[in-house]
Design a binder for this molecule. Structure first.
Ligand SMILES: O=C(O)CNC(=O)[C@H](CS)NC(=O)CCC(=O)C(=O)O
Length: 327
């Protein structure tokens, strides 16, 4: 069947996901994009991804139950890949509790997620696992590890957050991630998944466009920023940063977020979303825990990159080869 679309099919997604809000754009008719483009198959054949939003607490078992329910729902709705936010495993009250609750990749929690991926037959982006790495004995610190599982439950990639969030924002309470966490040593090459080539990052990493450019130049089609964004920086920066990363890299951006109050000392902004390579928010979660869905249209991405070839127009002679090469 030959279909014509101008952008991913919102109407269909709203039917699938009643909680999904169709985005209101600030400049809805001023967009000089191709009027319509032909796609060779029905939009229903395009891969569907699910973005899960949760409120993690220090209760690991309860957090797993909540995430597993959302992942099962994502599978039931036909998603091939589900994204969980940073700290999907738990959000602790202090660094000592964070360290106490952490596990190695070979621990019980990852085993449960392996079983879940296999049972549901979908890929899982576990967006920020508190990982006791190989150097745990010496450092007594963890890594903030983004783990990608395939539909058989195998770990196909790991990326350890390279930019740690040590910031003091008035009104938000100080964050000092390096109290408990080591920065990752390297970027990870984008990974082929049923939805496209996924570039891995975590939360605060989104503030460093060099990283997203490096991933895009290494072939990423989908950038992922699983997050636990603060409640002061959230309203000011969250959507702007995600849309900017999508526009400048011409990638889909998927950002699963923590939301609500985790315990007496901490709350997160929520607003999980998927942004398309044009910068349009094509799916977003509503206030509380839940999920939203989006179709990934790589032929649209490729056409956009042809129409607007920014990667051919860069001037590394003027400002260096930012974000290139990856390794
Ligand atoms: O603490 C954990 O258990 C997991 N890690 C996090 O939640 C991290 C470090 S505190 N949060 C962020 O990076 C928020 C960044 C942010 O809010 C911004 O860039 O404005």
């Amino acid at each position: 069947m030959l279909g014509f679309i101008t952008r991913p099919p919102h109407r269909f997604l709203s039917l699938l996901c009643p909680g999904l809000r169709i985005p209101r754009l600030s400049v809805p008719c001023a967009q000089p994009r191709p009027r319509a483009m032909a796609i060779s198959s029905s939009s229903c054949k395009l891969p569907l991804v699910a973005v899960c939003q949760v409120t993690s607490t220090p209760d690991k078992q309860q957090n797993f139950k909540t995430c597993a329910e959302l992942v099962r729902e994502a599978a039931r709705l036909g998603a091939c890949l589900a994204f969980l936010p940073e700290a999907f495993d738990f959000i602790a009250r202090d660094p000592a509790e964070t360290l106490r609750l952490s596990e190695p990749l070979g621990g019980r929690l990852l085993e449960e997620y392996t079983r879940l991926a296999r049972e549901c037959g979908l890929w899982l982006s576990l967006g920020g696992f508190h990982e006791r790495g190989q150097d745990w004995e010496q450092t007594q610190k963890i890594y903030n590890c983004h783990v990608l599982l395939n539909s058989k439950g195998a770990v196909v990639a790991t990326y350890r957050k390279t930019h740690l969030c040590d910031v003091e924002i008035p009104g938000q309470g100080p964050m000092c991630e390096s109290n408990s966490t080591m920065p990752g040593p390297s970027l990870e090459s984008p990974v082929s998944t049923p939805a496209g080539k996924v570039g891995l990052a975590v939360c605060y990493d989104m503030r460093f466009p060099e990283l997203s450019l490096a991933l895009a130049q290494a072939g990423a089609e989908i950038l992922t920023y699983p997050s636990a964004f603060g409640s002061v920086t959230g309203p000011a920066h969250w959507e702007v940063l995600l849309r900017a990363r999508a526009i400048e890299t011409q990638c889909y951006v998927v950002a699963a977020a923590q939301c609500g109050r985790h315990h007496e000392k901490r709350a997160s902004y929520g607003h999980s979303m998927v942004v398309d390579p044009w910068g349009t928010v094509v799916a977003r979660c509503s206030e509380g825990p839940g999920l939203c869905l989006a179709r990934i249209d790589l032929s649209y991405l490729r056409q956009l990159r042809q129409h607007l070839p920014v990667f051919q127009h860069r001037r590394p002679d003027l400002y260096g080869n930012l974000g290139h090469p990856l390794s």
